[in-house]
Design a protein around this ligand. Structure first.
Ligand code: ATP
Length: 593
């Protein structure tokens, strides 16, 4: 039962000691609570009815003492509950975050950003709340229940039969409500996820929404999700609003029953007034933990669902695992030669239930088909082709953002799957198609891959990427602040800073994935020339749609629909390939004779 729940409660390392201490504190607090009705009995029978002043005083003093002790131990337990909850939430967040950092691009396709955000926030909160509740009340139910039964058995045995009627009724009522509410809470959690997903997506794309004047559409979309969440939240709360009054009605009826039958027994001298009063208190004592259990059970059910979603992330197997038998490739002596041998690739297709069960398989649509190519060390090559032809996919296979579906990619004679991932990522520097910067300083962004880079190295990289000029023009220079996602820089500036970031690590293989598309042709030519001068030994791969980007490359691979349909330098292709001529004409006018 509740397998995920049992797993997450152990996530907080060193949980055992605080867990047991908290439950012992709770048990002690409850034992003191149980002793109070005993004093009530003594107070009434010996003090009030028997006229024993000492008994009266003593029982009142004991009652006050027990009440204080119970409060102190309950507070200590609550302190542990808060600690336990927060430590668990912290540990869960850290584990999830670390796991996400290990994710390959394939894993990230599987769990979209909004999905991960919801799992890291609302699911973690559901788990935290449940953990706190458990610490606050786990030991309470058995201690109160068993303790009160024992005390009743010894003090008011003649009234015990009333319990045998009341307890089954209460259990049936509770079971009905708990089953109903558990289901409703699960639905509520799912609707909350949906609401958060809509919100996250809207906020991330708020500029597009404004640009396309789709505020009304987005309002309606959010309103729909919001309504569904409201409806889903109303159900369990409506049931909950019935639960407590129903239980209190049963308790009050039971107390009336106790007073009635107790009164009859009293007249026959079978019980005392104190016993009757103590019994009514025990009745409430036995039923209170059951009510608490009823309240926390749906919470635990919700937390179980959240924990399952959390473990789907934690248990996700990296799509590109490190080789168990890595082969040494010395970065210092690596040359950067790349060979593709019969490489085919299709993106993993994620089934509709993908995020739920982490199941995925490969589609039959090949994005790359039987690619064979050789890139010599130190060469500058370019991949040219229409949008969607597979250029980015092809270069993404080199640093193993995805693994090939068949065939192999070899760097300096070693299959990339046998190179430790860390070494591979030191070997290959990439400026991605989407230039994302982090909030912080410009310099921190340029040195992101090599924080220990000297100022000279940083400036050299920025100069080669043609970024030094505009960075120096800012009064704060490399200390200037970068807003989140680099929104305070232009698209071209962001691209140049991303290129500088890739250059700083001085990779043996440099991949620029459409990274100069926002630059004018003169700047692009300058950047290419500077990179060539700075990184003469580096194998450089350009992905491009513009002929101007590839003109100076040693070799150009022309891609069409996932296949390499031609290769050669600019002059050769312009002379011999009709597709290249077509692209040339569409961009630069008629082909020179
Ligand atoms: N993460 C992904 N999951 C599934 N399919 C993808 C993914 N990324 C790309 N594709 C598909 O793979 C094909 C090739 O895409 P790719 O991005 O490699 O093309 P490209 O030539 O680089 O295009 P562009 O010049 O527009 O960037 C396209 O049909 C695209 O829809």
């Amino acid at each position: 039962m509740l397998p995920n729940f049992r797993r997450f409660i152990t996530i907080y390392r060193g949980y055992e000691r605080p867990f047991w201490v908290s439950q012992i504190l709770l048990a002690i607090a409850n034992l003191f609570t149980l002793l109070i009705p005993l004093m009530t009995q003594k107070l009434v029978d010996e003090g009030l009815l028997g006229g024993d002043k000492d008994a009266l005083q003593q029982s009142v003093l004991w009652m006050v003492l027990f009440a204080f002790l119970s409060a102190i131990f309950t507070i200590a337990n609550a302190w542990y509950a808060v600690q336990f909850g927060e430590h668990t939430a912290h540990a869960v967040r850290m584990k999830l975050y670390r796991k996400i950092q290990e994710f390959s691009f394939g894993n990230l396709d599987q769990f979209p950003t909004s999905d991960l955000m919801v799992r890291m926030t609302s699911d973690v909160n559901a788990i935290k709340a449940a953990v706190q509740q458990i610490i606050l009340s786990l030991a309470q139910a058995p201690v109160m229940f068993v303790g009160a039964l024992i005390l009743i058995y010894f003090n008011s045995p003649s009234l015990m039969w009333i319990l045998l009627i009341v307890i089954p009724i209460v259990i049936v009522v509770l079971a009905f409500f708990v089953t109903k509410m558990g289901t409703f809470f699960e639905i509520q959690q799912q609707k909350l996820d949906k609401l958060n997903s809509v919100l996250q997506e809207d906020l991330a794309g708020v500029r597009v929404v404004k640009a396309f004047v789709q505020n009304e559409y987005e309002n309606r979309r959010y309103d729909r999700a919001n309504r569904e969440f409201r409806k889903a939240s109303l159900h369990p709360m409506q049931y909950a609003s019935f639960l407590q009054p129903t239980l209190y009605l049963i308790i009050n009826l039971a107390i009336a029953g106790v007073l009635w039958f107790g009164g009859v027994s009293l007249t026959q001298g079978e019980v005392t007034v104190g016993e009757i009063l103590a019994f009514t208190q025990y009745l409430a004592t036995i039923l209170t933990p059951l009510i608490i259990l009823a309240v926390i059970t749906p919470q635990i059910t919700a937390a179980e669902a959240s924990a399952e979603r959390m473990f789907q992330v934690m248990d996700a197997i990296p799509n590109v695992p490190n080789s168990p038998h890595p082969l040494g490739l010395d970065i210092a002596t690596a040359k950067g030669g790349i060979v593709f041998e019969n490489v085919s690739f299709s993106y993993p297709v994620i089934t509709s239930k993908k995020a739920e069960d982490n199941h995925q398989n490969h589609s039959s649509t090949l994005v790359l088909k039987n690619i064979n190519l050789v890139i010599e060390p130190g060469q500058t090559v370019a991949f040219l082709g229409a949008t969607g032809s597979g250029k980015s996919t092809l270069v993404n296979l080199i640093p193993r953002f995805y693994d090939v579906t068949s065939g192999r990619i070899v760097i300096d004679g070693v299959d990339v799957r046998n190179i430790p991932l860390e070494t591979l990522h030191e070997l290959v520097g990439i400026a991605l198609q989407e230039s994302i910067l982090f909030s912080g300083k410009v310099g921190e962004n340029v040195c992101y891959g090599k924080p220990e880079a000297t100022e000279d190295e940083m400036v050299a990289a920025a100069t080669a990427a043609d970024a030094h000029g505009f960075v120096s023009a800012i009064p704060e220079g490399y200390d200037a602040r970068v807003a989140r996602r680099g929104t305070n820089f232009s698209g071209g500036q962001r691209q140049r800073l991303s290129i500088a970031r890739a250059l700083t690590i001085k990779p043996k293989i440099l991949i620029l994935d459409d990274s100069t598309s926002a630059l004018d042709m003169a700047t692009e030519a300058r950047v290419q020339e500077a990179i060539k001068n700075m990184m003469a030994d580096t194998t450089t791969l350009f992905v491009a749609q513009r002929i101007s980007t590839v003109i100076t490359a040693d070799n150009i691979f022309l891609l069409d629909n996932g296949e390499i349909v031609a290769q050669g330098n600019h002059e050769t292709l312009l002379r011999s390939n009709s597709l290249y001529q077509e692209i040339y004409e569409s961009q630069l006018g008629s082909v020179p004779a």
